[in-house]
Design a protein around this ligand. Structure first.
Ligand code: FMN
Length: 138
């Protein structure tokens, strides 16, 4: 049943637009401010070229935020890997945790489970994140 308390979870990948520049500090500050306001939490992985983001929160807020992110010209080729309603948040309480490398095993396992049915190319993208080694959290 969809009510105003319904929580939506979305996981997507995208690629940095060639030639685009993203100031990660400014981008995260804005994302965290907006997400805090909207009750959205999640994680963002970035390896300099690609993004893998999980977002959770009130359905309408997550939809609106995804629409804003999708129309952001700094990245492109967004593929939503998973979109589902959830009973409880599964990716932690952070307004937007940021990883430069995807070595957080719990996160990676969760994304793998969510994307078991995804196309091979999508799974390869995820594995590409996973095989990177050094984690830096900020
Ligand atoms: C990879 C990526 C992830 C982003 N994540 C978020 C996010 O979690 N929350 C958010 O509000 N904006 C996020 N943004 C920024 C949005 O695209 C957009 O610039 C911003 O939401 C506009 O906010 P404003 O209308 O308050 O200026 C992200 C952008 C990129 C490229």
């Amino acid at each position: 049943m969809v009510s105003e308390n319904t929580l939506l979870q979305i996981v997507y990948v995208s690629s940095l637009t060639p030639g685009a520049e993203i100031d990660p500090t400014a981008m995260l500050a804005k994302a965290r401010r907006n997400n805090g306001r909207d009750g959205i939490t999640g994680m963002l992985f970035a390896d300099g070229k690609r993004f893998l983001q999980a977002m959770e929160g009130p359905l309408e807020k997550v939809e609106a935020t995804l629409a804003r992110i999708q129309s952001d010209p700094r990245h492109r080729a967004m593929v939503v890997l998973s979109k589902r309603t959830i009973a409880e948040r599964e990716f932690g309480p952070w307004e937007m945790a940021h990883y430069h490398r995807a070595t957080d095993a719990e996160f990676v396992d969760r994304v793998r489970q969510l994307t078991q049915a995804a196309a091979p190319a999508v799974r390869a993208t995820i594995e590409g994140f996973v095989t990177l080694r050094t984690e830096v959290r900020s």
